[in-house]
Design a protein around this ligand. Structure first.
Ligand SMILES: [Zn+2]
Length: 477
Protein backbone atom coordinates (compact mmCIF):
# COMPACT_ATOMS: atom_id res chain seq x y z
CA UNK A 1 0.00 0.00 0.00
CA UNK A 2 1.14 3.46 -0.82
CA UNK A 3 0.69 6.25 1.66
CA UNK A 4 -2.42 8.36 1.63
CA UNK A 5 -2.08 12.10 1.42
CA UNK A 6 -4.09 15.20 0.64
CA UNK A 7 -4.42 16.35 -2.94
CA UNK A 8 -2.92 19.69 -3.87
CA UNK A 9 -6.08 21.57 -2.86
CA UNK A 10 -6.16 19.88 0.55
CA UNK A 11 -9.67 18.72 -0.24
CA UNK A 12 -9.47 15.04 -0.87
CA UNK A 13 -7.25 12.27 0.32
CA UNK A 14 -5.50 10.37 -2.44
CA UNK A 15 -2.83 7.71 -2.72
CA UNK A 16 0.71 8.79 -3.09
CA UNK A 17 1.67 8.19 -6.75
CA UNK A 18 3.91 5.27 -7.67
CA UNK A 19 7.48 6.34 -8.05
CA UNK A 20 8.57 5.07 -11.42
CA UNK A 21 11.56 5.19 -13.74
CA UNK A 22 11.22 8.14 -16.05
CA UNK A 23 14.66 8.95 -17.35
CA UNK A 24 17.72 7.08 -18.51
CA UNK A 25 19.29 7.58 -15.05
CA UNK A 26 16.41 5.68 -13.43
CA UNK A 27 16.98 2.54 -15.49
CA UNK A 28 18.87 0.05 -13.32
CA UNK A 29 22.31 -0.98 -14.48
CA UNK A 30 21.31 -4.61 -14.86
CA UNK A 31 18.99 -3.59 -17.68
CA UNK A 32 21.69 -1.56 -19.41
CA UNK A 33 24.11 -4.46 -18.98
CA UNK A 34 21.54 -6.81 -20.44
CA UNK A 35 21.20 -4.59 -23.49
CA UNK A 36 24.92 -4.22 -23.91
CA UNK A 37 25.32 -7.97 -24.01
CA UNK A 38 22.38 -8.31 -26.37
CA UNK A 39 23.63 -8.51 -29.95
CA UNK A 40 22.50 -5.77 -32.31
CA UNK A 41 20.58 -6.75 -35.39
CA UNK A 42 22.13 -6.62 -38.83
CA UNK A 43 20.07 -5.60 -41.84
CA UNK A 44 19.49 -8.39 -44.31
CA UNK A 45 18.04 -8.24 -47.82
CA UNK A 46 18.00 -11.99 -48.63
CA UNK A 47 21.41 -11.73 -50.29
CA UNK A 48 23.60 -9.40 -48.27
CA UNK A 49 24.06 -8.43 -44.63
CA UNK A 50 24.76 -4.86 -43.54
CA UNK A 51 26.47 -3.35 -40.51
CA UNK A 52 23.90 -2.12 -37.95
CA UNK A 53 25.96 1.00 -37.27
CA UNK A 54 27.00 2.25 -40.70
CA UNK A 55 25.09 -0.02 -43.13
CA UNK A 56 28.17 -0.95 -45.12
CA UNK A 57 28.01 -4.50 -46.41
CA UNK A 58 29.55 -7.07 -44.04
CA UNK A 59 32.36 -9.31 -45.22
CA UNK A 60 32.50 -12.56 -43.25
CA UNK A 61 30.35 -11.02 -40.50
CA UNK A 62 32.87 -8.17 -40.20
CA UNK A 63 32.42 -4.45 -40.85
CA UNK A 64 35.59 -3.01 -42.32
CA UNK A 65 34.37 0.47 -41.52
CA UNK A 66 33.52 0.00 -37.82
CA UNK A 67 36.07 -2.79 -37.23
CA UNK A 68 33.55 -4.98 -35.51
CA UNK A 69 32.19 -8.47 -35.92
CA UNK A 70 28.44 -9.17 -35.84
CA UNK A 71 26.18 -12.11 -35.28
CA UNK A 72 24.22 -12.68 -38.48
CA UNK A 73 21.66 -14.88 -36.72
CA UNK A 74 20.04 -11.75 -35.37
CA UNK A 75 18.83 -9.70 -38.27
CA UNK A 76 15.95 -7.67 -39.51
CA UNK A 77 14.73 -8.12 -43.01
CA UNK A 78 14.76 -5.25 -45.50
CA UNK A 79 13.66 -5.40 -49.10
CA UNK A 80 15.91 -2.56 -50.23
CA UNK A 81 18.85 -1.00 -48.41
CA UNK A 82 18.03 2.37 -49.98
CA UNK A 83 14.72 2.29 -48.22
CA UNK A 84 16.14 1.67 -44.79
CA UNK A 85 14.56 4.75 -43.23
CA UNK A 86 11.22 3.04 -43.42
CA UNK A 87 12.29 0.13 -41.29
CA UNK A 88 12.08 0.02 -37.54
CA UNK A 89 14.88 -1.89 -36.02
CA UNK A 90 15.29 -0.40 -32.57
CA UNK A 91 15.42 -2.93 -29.79
CA UNK A 92 13.04 -2.97 -26.89
CA UNK A 93 12.65 -5.23 -23.88
CA UNK A 94 10.01 -5.66 -21.26
CA UNK A 95 10.93 -5.66 -17.62
CA UNK A 96 8.90 -5.87 -14.42
CA UNK A 97 9.57 -3.90 -11.31
CA UNK A 98 7.75 -4.39 -8.03
CA UNK A 99 7.17 -1.49 -5.68
CA UNK A 100 5.85 -2.79 -2.37
CA UNK A 101 3.48 -5.37 -3.85
CA UNK A 102 2.47 -3.36 -6.89
CA UNK A 103 3.68 -4.27 -10.36
CA UNK A 104 4.99 -1.88 -12.99
CA UNK A 105 5.87 -3.13 -16.45
CA UNK A 106 8.44 -1.08 -18.32
CA UNK A 107 9.26 -1.09 -22.00
CA UNK A 108 12.87 0.00 -22.37
CA UNK A 109 14.18 1.11 -25.71
CA UNK A 110 17.63 1.24 -27.15
CA UNK A 111 17.82 4.38 -29.23
CA UNK A 112 18.93 4.96 -32.78
CA UNK A 113 20.07 8.23 -34.26
CA UNK A 114 20.47 10.01 -37.59
CA UNK A 115 23.24 12.20 -36.26
CA UNK A 116 26.11 10.71 -38.17
CA UNK A 117 27.09 13.35 -40.78
CA UNK A 118 28.42 10.70 -43.16
CA UNK A 119 25.28 8.67 -43.51
CA UNK A 120 21.64 9.50 -43.86
CA UNK A 121 20.32 6.42 -42.12
CA UNK A 122 19.65 5.70 -38.47
CA UNK A 123 22.10 3.61 -36.52
CA UNK A 124 22.38 2.19 -33.02
CA UNK A 125 23.62 4.24 -30.09
CA UNK A 126 24.42 3.33 -26.51
CA UNK A 127 21.55 5.45 -25.26
CA UNK A 128 18.40 4.09 -23.71
CA UNK A 129 15.06 5.44 -22.69
CA UNK A 130 12.05 4.43 -20.65
CA UNK A 131 9.69 4.02 -23.55
CA UNK A 132 6.51 3.03 -21.68
CA UNK A 133 5.54 2.31 -18.08
CA UNK A 134 2.34 0.52 -17.14
CA UNK A 135 0.86 -0.13 -13.73
CA UNK A 136 -0.64 -3.63 -13.74
CA UNK A 137 -3.65 -4.02 -11.47
CA UNK A 138 -6.44 -6.51 -10.99
CA UNK A 139 -8.74 -4.34 -13.03
CA UNK A 140 -6.55 -3.35 -15.94
CA UNK A 141 -3.47 -1.38 -16.89
CA UNK A 142 -2.65 2.25 -16.35
CA UNK A 143 -0.25 4.30 -18.39
CA UNK A 144 2.09 5.88 -15.89
CA UNK A 145 4.35 7.79 -18.21
CA UNK A 146 2.10 9.88 -20.44
CA UNK A 147 -1.52 10.26 -19.51
CA UNK A 148 -2.22 8.29 -16.33
CA UNK A 149 -5.23 6.78 -18.09
CA UNK A 150 -6.41 3.36 -17.04
CA UNK A 151 -7.90 0.80 -19.36
CA UNK A 152 -9.73 -2.15 -17.86
CA UNK A 153 -9.24 -5.67 -19.14
CA UNK A 154 -12.86 -5.70 -20.15
CA UNK A 155 -12.38 -2.61 -22.30
CA UNK A 156 -9.25 -4.12 -23.79
CA UNK A 157 -11.16 -7.27 -24.62
CA UNK A 158 -13.90 -5.27 -26.34
CA UNK A 159 -11.37 -3.41 -28.44
CA UNK A 160 -9.52 -6.57 -29.34
CA UNK A 161 -12.74 -8.02 -30.67
CA UNK A 162 -13.53 -4.96 -32.75
CA UNK A 163 -10.38 -4.44 -34.73
CA UNK A 164 -7.13 -5.99 -35.67
CA UNK A 165 -5.09 -2.87 -35.06
CA UNK A 166 -5.16 -2.22 -31.37
CA UNK A 167 -3.60 0.82 -29.92
CA UNK A 168 -4.11 0.55 -26.23
CA UNK A 169 -2.89 3.49 -24.28
CA UNK A 170 -0.92 4.58 -27.31
CA UNK A 171 0.76 1.24 -27.69
CA UNK A 172 0.16 -1.15 -30.54
CA UNK A 173 -0.38 -4.35 -28.67
CA UNK A 174 -0.94 -7.06 -31.19
CA UNK A 175 1.49 -6.22 -33.94
CA UNK A 176 3.95 -9.09 -34.24
CA UNK A 177 6.69 -6.53 -34.18
CA UNK A 178 5.69 -5.83 -30.62
CA UNK A 179 7.00 -9.12 -29.33
CA UNK A 180 10.13 -8.63 -27.30
CA UNK A 181 12.23 -10.37 -24.76
CA UNK A 182 11.26 -10.10 -21.14
CA UNK A 183 14.06 -9.51 -18.69
CA UNK A 184 13.81 -12.67 -16.58
CA UNK A 185 16.40 -12.46 -13.81
CA UNK A 186 14.12 -10.57 -11.42
CA UNK A 187 10.89 -12.50 -11.98
CA UNK A 188 11.00 -13.89 -8.43
CA UNK A 189 9.90 -10.45 -7.32
CA UNK A 190 6.43 -11.21 -8.71
CA UNK A 191 5.77 -13.93 -6.12
CA UNK A 192 3.78 -11.77 -3.71
CA UNK A 193 2.01 -9.67 -6.30
CA UNK A 194 -1.11 -10.12 -8.40
CA UNK A 195 1.03 -12.38 -10.59
CA UNK A 196 1.28 -15.02 -7.87
CA UNK A 197 -1.13 -17.43 -9.56
CA UNK A 198 0.55 -17.16 -12.93
CA UNK A 199 3.87 -18.49 -11.60
CA UNK A 200 5.68 -16.59 -14.33
CA UNK A 201 8.99 -16.99 -12.48
CA UNK A 202 8.83 -20.74 -13.06
CA UNK A 203 9.00 -20.05 -16.80
CA UNK A 204 12.29 -18.23 -16.55
CA UNK A 205 14.14 -20.63 -18.83
CA UNK A 206 11.37 -20.61 -21.40
CA UNK A 207 11.04 -16.83 -21.40
CA UNK A 208 14.77 -16.35 -21.67
CA UNK A 209 14.71 -17.84 -25.17
CA UNK A 210 11.31 -16.75 -26.42
CA UNK A 211 9.92 -13.35 -27.25
CA UNK A 212 6.59 -12.45 -25.71
CA UNK A 213 3.78 -10.28 -26.88
CA UNK A 214 2.81 -7.70 -24.30
CA UNK A 215 -0.78 -8.99 -24.22
CA UNK A 216 0.45 -12.33 -22.98
CA UNK A 217 1.98 -10.76 -19.90
CA UNK A 218 -0.49 -7.99 -19.08
CA UNK A 219 -3.84 -9.15 -20.38
CA UNK A 220 -4.11 -12.93 -20.72
CA UNK A 221 -2.89 -13.75 -17.18
CA UNK A 222 -5.69 -11.72 -15.63
CA UNK A 223 -8.49 -11.89 -18.14
CA UNK A 224 -8.25 -15.34 -19.62
CA UNK A 225 -8.59 -18.24 -17.22
CA UNK A 226 -7.16 -20.54 -19.84
CA UNK A 227 -3.78 -18.90 -19.32
CA UNK A 228 -3.47 -20.56 -15.92
CA UNK A 229 -4.69 -23.83 -17.40
CA UNK A 230 -2.04 -23.68 -20.13
CA UNK A 231 0.75 -22.84 -17.70
CA UNK A 232 -0.30 -25.66 -15.37
CA UNK A 233 -0.12 -28.09 -18.29
CA UNK A 234 3.24 -26.65 -19.30
CA UNK A 235 1.88 -25.56 -22.67
CA UNK A 236 4.12 -22.53 -22.70
CA UNK A 237 4.22 -22.15 -26.45
CA UNK A 238 0.47 -21.81 -26.52
CA UNK A 239 0.28 -19.59 -23.46
CA UNK A 240 2.65 -17.14 -25.15
CA UNK A 241 1.27 -17.27 -28.65
CA UNK A 242 -1.62 -14.95 -29.53
CA UNK A 243 -4.41 -16.98 -28.00
CA UNK A 244 -5.46 -14.04 -25.80
CA UNK A 245 -8.81 -13.54 -27.46
CA UNK A 246 -9.80 -17.15 -27.56
CA UNK A 247 -11.33 -18.67 -24.52
CA UNK A 248 -11.47 -22.35 -25.26
CA UNK A 249 -14.97 -23.12 -26.29
CA UNK A 250 -16.23 -26.65 -25.78
CA UNK A 251 -14.99 -27.74 -29.16
CA UNK A 252 -11.41 -26.81 -28.34
CA UNK A 253 -11.66 -28.22 -24.85
CA UNK A 254 -12.80 -31.51 -26.30
CA UNK A 255 -9.98 -31.38 -28.81
CA UNK A 256 -7.59 -30.83 -25.96
CA UNK A 257 -9.02 -33.75 -24.01
CA UNK A 258 -8.82 -36.15 -26.94
CA UNK A 259 -5.29 -35.18 -27.92
CA UNK A 260 -3.76 -34.22 -24.60
CA UNK A 261 -0.74 -36.48 -24.78
CA UNK A 262 0.12 -35.34 -28.30
CA UNK A 263 -0.41 -31.65 -27.53
CA UNK A 264 1.67 -31.72 -24.36
CA UNK A 265 4.43 -33.87 -25.80
CA UNK A 266 4.92 -31.50 -28.74
CA UNK A 267 4.21 -28.29 -26.82
CA UNK A 268 1.88 -27.09 -29.57
CA UNK A 269 1.47 -23.36 -30.01
CA UNK A 270 -1.77 -21.61 -30.81
CA UNK A 271 -1.54 -21.95 -34.59
CA UNK A 272 -0.56 -25.60 -34.34
CA UNK A 273 -3.51 -26.13 -32.06
CA UNK A 274 -5.78 -24.47 -34.65
CA UNK A 275 -4.20 -26.71 -37.29
CA UNK A 276 -4.98 -29.79 -35.24
CA UNK A 277 -8.56 -28.60 -34.95
CA UNK A 278 -8.70 -28.18 -38.70
CA UNK A 279 -7.16 -31.44 -39.93
CA UNK A 280 -7.76 -33.62 -36.86
CA UNK A 281 -4.73 -35.85 -37.22
CA UNK A 282 -1.75 -36.31 -34.97
CA UNK A 283 0.97 -35.82 -37.54
CA UNK A 284 3.34 -33.12 -36.35
CA UNK A 285 4.88 -32.36 -39.76
CA UNK A 286 1.48 -31.97 -41.36
CA UNK A 287 0.32 -29.84 -38.45
CA UNK A 288 3.30 -27.52 -38.76
CA UNK A 289 2.68 -26.98 -42.47
CA UNK A 290 -1.02 -26.35 -41.88
CA UNK A 291 -0.24 -24.02 -38.94
CA UNK A 292 1.87 -21.83 -41.22
CA UNK A 293 -0.87 -21.69 -43.84
CA UNK A 294 -4.14 -21.77 -41.90
CA UNK A 295 -6.16 -19.54 -44.23
CA UNK A 296 -4.94 -21.30 -47.35
CA UNK A 297 -5.75 -24.70 -45.86
CA UNK A 298 -9.24 -23.47 -44.98
CA UNK A 299 -9.68 -22.48 -48.64
CA UNK A 300 -8.53 -25.91 -49.80
CA UNK A 301 -10.83 -27.70 -47.36
CA UNK A 302 -13.73 -25.61 -48.66
CA UNK A 303 -13.23 -27.22 -52.06
CA UNK A 304 -12.45 -30.75 -50.98
CA UNK A 305 -11.56 -32.56 -47.77
CA UNK A 306 -8.06 -33.83 -48.42
CA UNK A 307 -5.66 -35.76 -46.23
CA UNK A 308 -2.80 -33.42 -45.33
CA UNK A 309 -0.54 -36.27 -44.34
CA UNK A 310 -0.67 -37.39 -47.99
CA UNK A 311 -0.35 -33.79 -49.23
CA UNK A 312 2.73 -33.32 -47.07
CA UNK A 313 4.38 -36.38 -48.63
CA UNK A 314 3.46 -35.23 -52.13
CA UNK A 315 4.56 -31.58 -52.14
CA UNK A 316 6.66 -29.24 -50.07
CA UNK A 317 5.24 -26.36 -48.13
CA UNK A 318 6.02 -23.72 -50.74
CA UNK A 319 3.85 -25.60 -53.22
CA UNK A 320 0.75 -25.50 -51.07
CA UNK A 321 -0.61 -22.52 -52.95
CA UNK A 322 -0.03 -24.39 -56.22
CA UNK A 323 -2.03 -27.22 -54.77
CA UNK A 324 -4.90 -24.89 -53.98
CA UNK A 325 -4.64 -23.58 -57.53
CA UNK A 326 -4.59 -27.13 -58.85
CA UNK A 327 -7.59 -28.38 -56.93
CA UNK A 328 -9.52 -25.26 -57.89
CA UNK A 329 -8.77 -25.86 -61.58
CA UNK A 330 -9.66 -29.55 -61.24
CA UNK A 331 -13.03 -28.54 -59.84
CA UNK A 332 -13.66 -26.00 -62.59
CA UNK A 333 -12.68 -28.50 -65.28
CA UNK A 334 -15.14 -31.02 -63.83
CA UNK A 335 -12.70 -33.64 -62.52
CA UNK A 336 -13.94 -36.20 -60.01
CA UNK A 337 -12.72 -34.86 -56.69
CA UNK A 338 -13.38 -38.20 -55.01
CA UNK A 339 -10.80 -39.89 -57.20
CA UNK A 340 -7.53 -40.41 -55.27
CA UNK A 341 -5.52 -40.03 -58.49
CA UNK A 342 -6.99 -36.56 -58.90
CA UNK A 343 -6.44 -35.52 -55.30
CA UNK A 344 -2.94 -36.96 -54.97
CA UNK A 345 -1.41 -37.13 -58.45
CA UNK A 346 1.87 -39.02 -58.82
CA UNK A 347 3.60 -36.13 -60.58
CA UNK A 348 1.93 -33.14 -59.02
CA UNK A 349 3.76 -30.38 -60.92
CA UNK A 350 3.16 -32.05 -64.25
CA UNK A 351 -0.56 -32.43 -63.52
CA UNK A 352 -0.82 -28.88 -62.26
CA UNK A 353 0.78 -27.52 -65.41
CA UNK A 354 -1.41 -29.67 -67.61
CA UNK A 355 -4.54 -28.25 -66.02
CA UNK A 356 -3.16 -24.73 -66.15
CA UNK A 357 -2.57 -25.06 -69.87
CA UNK A 358 -6.10 -26.36 -70.37
CA UNK A 359 -7.54 -23.44 -68.46
CA UNK A 360 -5.55 -20.88 -70.44
CA UNK A 361 -6.55 -22.49 -73.74
CA UNK A 362 -10.22 -22.44 -72.79
CA UNK A 363 -10.03 -18.68 -72.24
CA UNK A 364 -7.71 -17.91 -75.15
CA UNK A 365 -7.79 -20.69 -77.76
CA UNK A 366 -5.21 -18.98 -80.01
CA UNK A 367 -2.70 -18.08 -77.32
CA UNK A 368 -0.18 -20.82 -78.05
CA UNK A 369 -0.26 -20.13 -81.79
CA UNK A 370 0.32 -16.41 -81.15
CA UNK A 371 3.16 -17.05 -78.71
CA UNK A 372 4.88 -19.22 -81.30
CA UNK A 373 4.51 -16.48 -83.90
CA UNK A 374 5.94 -13.82 -81.57
CA UNK A 375 8.79 -16.10 -80.50
CA UNK A 376 9.74 -16.63 -84.12
CA UNK A 377 9.97 -12.87 -84.71
CA UNK A 378 11.93 -12.32 -81.51
CA UNK A 379 14.61 -14.84 -82.44
CA UNK A 380 16.43 -11.85 -83.99
CA UNK A 381 17.33 -11.00 -80.39
CA UNK A 382 18.81 -14.40 -79.68
CA UNK A 383 22.13 -14.25 -77.85
CA UNK A 384 24.82 -16.83 -77.55
CA UNK A 385 28.31 -16.92 -76.11
CA UNK A 386 30.65 -19.63 -74.88
CA UNK A 387 28.58 -20.41 -71.78
CA UNK A 388 25.13 -18.97 -72.15
CA UNK A 389 22.23 -18.66 -74.52
CA UNK A 390 19.26 -16.25 -74.37
CA UNK A 391 16.17 -16.95 -76.44
CA UNK A 392 12.48 -15.95 -76.50
CA UNK A 393 10.06 -18.25 -74.64
CA UNK A 394 9.02 -20.60 -77.47
CA UNK A 395 5.55 -21.74 -76.32
CA UNK A 396 2.80 -21.57 -73.73
CA UNK A 397 4.01 -24.82 -72.27
CA UNK A 398 7.56 -23.51 -71.93
CA UNK A 399 6.27 -20.52 -69.91
CA UNK A 400 4.33 -22.79 -67.58
CA UNK A 401 7.32 -25.08 -67.09
CA UNK A 402 9.67 -22.15 -66.52
CA UNK A 403 7.35 -20.89 -63.79
CA UNK A 404 7.43 -24.26 -62.04
CA UNK A 405 11.20 -24.68 -62.30
CA UNK A 406 11.94 -21.13 -61.18
CA UNK A 407 9.15 -20.89 -58.67
CA UNK A 408 8.01 -17.61 -60.21
CA UNK A 409 4.83 -16.30 -61.82
CA UNK A 410 6.04 -16.02 -65.43
CA UNK A 411 3.15 -18.17 -66.63
CA UNK A 412 0.74 -15.34 -65.78
CA UNK A 413 2.49 -13.25 -68.47
CA UNK A 414 1.40 -15.63 -71.20
CA UNK A 415 -1.46 -13.46 -72.39
CA UNK A 416 0.58 -10.23 -72.49
CA UNK A 417 3.40 -12.05 -74.23
CA UNK A 418 1.05 -13.49 -76.85
CA UNK A 419 -0.03 -9.92 -77.66
CA UNK A 420 3.59 -8.72 -77.75
CA UNK A 421 2.92 -6.27 -74.91
CA UNK A 422 5.88 -7.73 -73.02
CA UNK A 423 8.58 -10.08 -74.19
CA UNK A 424 9.75 -13.08 -72.19
CA UNK A 425 13.21 -14.54 -72.69
CA UNK A 426 14.98 -17.44 -71.04
CA UNK A 427 18.68 -17.36 -70.32
CA UNK A 428 20.13 -20.86 -69.99
CA UNK A 429 23.50 -22.37 -69.33
CA UNK A 430 24.69 -24.17 -72.44
CA UNK A 431 25.90 -27.05 -70.28
CA UNK A 432 22.36 -27.59 -69.01
CA UNK A 433 20.07 -26.02 -71.54
CA UNK A 434 16.88 -27.77 -70.39
CA UNK A 435 17.09 -26.34 -66.91
CA UNK A 436 15.84 -22.84 -66.14
CA UNK A 437 18.48 -20.33 -65.17
CA UNK A 438 17.32 -16.71 -65.62
CA UNK A 439 13.80 -15.60 -66.54
CA UNK A 440 13.78 -12.22 -68.29
CA UNK A 441 10.93 -9.80 -68.86
CA UNK A 442 11.49 -7.09 -71.49
CA UNK A 443 9.29 -4.13 -72.23
CA UNK A 444 10.02 -1.39 -74.77
CA UNK A 445 13.43 -2.95 -75.31
CA UNK A 446 14.35 -2.54 -71.65
CA UNK A 447 14.82 -5.37 -69.17
CA UNK A 448 12.06 -4.96 -66.60
CA UNK A 449 13.11 -7.90 -64.51
CA UNK A 450 15.61 -10.71 -64.67
CA UNK A 451 15.36 -13.30 -61.93
CA UNK A 452 16.91 -16.61 -61.05
CA UNK A 453 15.07 -19.23 -59.00
CA UNK A 454 12.74 -18.00 -56.24
CA UNK A 455 12.73 -14.48 -57.67
CA UNK A 456 16.28 -13.80 -56.57
CA UNK A 457 18.71 -11.63 -58.48
CA UNK A 458 21.38 -13.09 -60.75
CA UNK A 459 25.07 -12.53 -60.05
CA UNK A 460 26.88 -9.37 -61.12
CA UNK A 461 28.62 -11.24 -63.94
CA UNK A 462 25.26 -12.32 -65.35
CA UNK A 463 23.83 -8.84 -64.91
CA UNK A 464 26.72 -7.52 -66.99
CA UNK A 465 25.96 -9.91 -69.82
CA UNK A 466 22.28 -8.93 -69.66
CA UNK A 467 23.14 -5.23 -69.77
CA UNK A 468 25.18 -5.54 -72.94
CA UNK A 469 22.49 -7.75 -74.46
CA UNK A 470 19.87 -5.12 -73.60
CA UNK A 471 21.78 -2.55 -75.67
CA UNK A 472 21.66 -4.77 -78.73
CA UNK A 473 17.87 -5.00 -78.34
CA UNK A 474 17.58 -1.30 -79.01
CA UNK A 475 19.60 -1.40 -82.18
CA UNK A 476 17.70 -4.28 -83.66
CA UNK A 477 14.27 -2.84 -83.17
ZN1 LIG B 1 29.95 -0.47 -39.79
Amino acid sequence: MRQLKFDKFFKEIEEEPLSIWKKREDIPNYIIDYFNKYPVRVAYDTVKYYCPYCFKELTDDYCNNCHQKFNKDIYFYISDIKDIKNYRYSDLIFTFDVINDEVVLYVIKRLTTYNNPNISIPYYTNNYEVYRAFHITNRGIKDLLYNNIEMTYKEMHQRLQQTEEIYILGYDLIDDEESYYLYVDNLDKLKNTIYKYTKLWELKDYLKDNKVNILNIIFAPFYNQDFEFLIKNKLYNMAFSPFYLEKFNNNLKKLFKDNKEFIVKNNLDYYEFKALELIKCQDLDAIKIVANNIELVKDIIKIVNVDFVKIKDMINEEELYEYFDYINMARKLGFNLKDKNVLYPKDFIKEHNKLYKQMVLINEPNIDKNIKKIAKKLTVNKYEDKNYVIYPAPSLESLIEEGSMQNNCVRTYASLYSQNKVQIYFMREKSNVNKSFVTIEVKNNKIVQAKIKNNELPSQAIENILKSWEKTLKKKD
